[in-house]
Design a binder for this molecule. Structure first.
Ligand code: FMN
Length: 239
């Protein structure tokens, strides 16, 4: 491909692929062809990275490898619920979220959480249903494909910037093929189960997981549409 002279035939389709990406939280059991997954990963690998370090490493889980990881992590998640002290054994390997939440982030976070639970009819005191809904993360929301992303521990924080571009490229490339995704930091606390399960080396850190598959259009949860701030609120124009 001549990158300089390539013309994006229909620029709107690029916008559509980006804008129609959302975090799908209910998938059909329909499998995804390996060839499609390879194409998605190959195109996503065109994501830029500082000095072309390409710091990503991807584990594609399907079939038994996916199902047994689901069993292990759901069991751990249930065990923590039964004995909250166990939570101390599961640590995230990097701070995805801030230690202290402040406005406006906490407000958006709350709006997001309660918006989702509200749509599902889950109220604040309904701990059982909250636990069950949260646990759907650890079933990849029933998606047949689970992706796990790791980063060499030796790398700097900039590699997480690179990683974000790679992850978004996967999600947009998936959209171009009719597929949907949900990026998942929910797995991060269970790195001590996940890393040995996928055969990652001691030098690898878990960045996040991702569910990928055919979204269930009839599932109410997939009707959850998140708002965005308008451009004038986050962009400052300097002259
Ligand atoms: C790195 C990353 C991790 C995320 N982790 C989770 C997760 O564990 N579970 C979940 O349901 N959503 C997760 N999300 C989805 C966000 O909640 C979602 O992107 C946000 O609310 C905006 O909604 P949208 O993706 O539908 O546009 C994650 C998103 C990102 C970018």
């Amino acid at each position: 491909m001549n990158q300089v002279s390539t013309v994006v035939a229909d620029p709107r389709s690029v916008d559509q692929a980006i804008a129609s990406r959302f975090s799908a939280r209910a998938f059909l059991p329909r499998p995804v062809e390996r060839r499609t997954l390879e194409d998605i990963l190959a195109v996503a690998s065109r994501a830029p990275s500082g000095t072309n370090t390409q710091p990503w490493r991807v584990y594609v889980l399907q079939g038994a490898s996916r199902d047994t990881l689901v069993d292990k992590v759901c069991a751990a998640h249930d065990a923590i619920r039964a004995n909250p002290q166990l939570a101390a054994e599961y640590r995230e390997e990097y701070d995805y979220y801030p230690e202290k939440w402040v406005s406006p982030y906490i407000d958006r976070r709350r709006e997001n959480g309660w918006g989702l639970y509200g749509l599902l009819g889950i109220t604040k005191g309904d701990k059982d249903r909250m636990h069950a809904q949260h646990q759907r993360n650890y079933r990849f929301f029933d998606a047949p494909v689970g992706l796990m992303f790791t980063l060499d521990r030796i790398m700097g924080r900039g590699s997480l910037v690179d990683y974000g571009m790679f992850l978004q490229s996967i999600m947009v490339a998936a959209r171009a093929r009719g597929l949907h995704t949900c990026p998942q930091a929910a797995w991060n606390g269970f790195a001590r189960i996940i890393l040995p399960h996928i055969g990652a080396g001691a030098d690898e850190m878990l960045v996040c997981g991702m569910a990928l598959g055919w979204a269930d259009e009839s599932a109410p949860v997939n009707g959850f549409h998140t708002p965005r701030e308008p451009v004038e609120r986050f962009a400052r124009w300097l002259e």
